[in-house]
Design a protein around this ligand. Structure first.
Ligand code: FES
Length: 123
């Protein structure tokens, strides 16, 4: 399995992604393969689809670089929108008030497993 080739399932091992770090992976959501990323913010793990709420573009220009310099926010490289790592809410920039699409995570032993989003009407 390559670094970004997990498709619905184990995306990382516990301890693999340190605080302030991220890891990209692929998974199928609503029948489409989506690039997603795992975030460790202050020891808590979260995952989101790698797509800005402003223009549907990847957040990272530099591969796997999502955090601001101070590791406090996830930042879109295109127009600089900042998102809270814990909730995915945009708190500054063009899509302010919108949320990144979350990916559910669960632990199974040492495995961090991403689970798909339930289909949503109209998406
Ligand atoms: S595309 Fe992300 S802020 Fe514009």
């Amino acid at each position: 399995m390559s670094e970004a080739a997990a498709s619905r399932g184990v995306v990382a091992k516990v301890g693999e992604v340190q605080p302030g770090r991220t890891k990209k992976f692929l998974m199928v959501i609503d029948g489409h393969e989506e690039e997603c990323f795992l975030v460790n913010h202050a020891g808590a793990l979260h995952a989101y689809v790698n797509r800005c709420c402003h223009v549907p573009m990847s957040l990272d220009w530099v591969e796997n670089q999502f955090f601001t310099e101070d590791d406090q926010f996830i930042q879109c490289a295109t127009h600089g929108a900042c998102y809270l790592p814990d909730t995915g809410e945009c708190i500054s920039g063009p899509p302010c008030g919108k949320f990144l699409t979350p990916v559910s995570l669960r632990l199974d032993g040492d495995d961090i497993i991403a689970e798909g989003q339930p289909p949503t009407a109209g998406s």
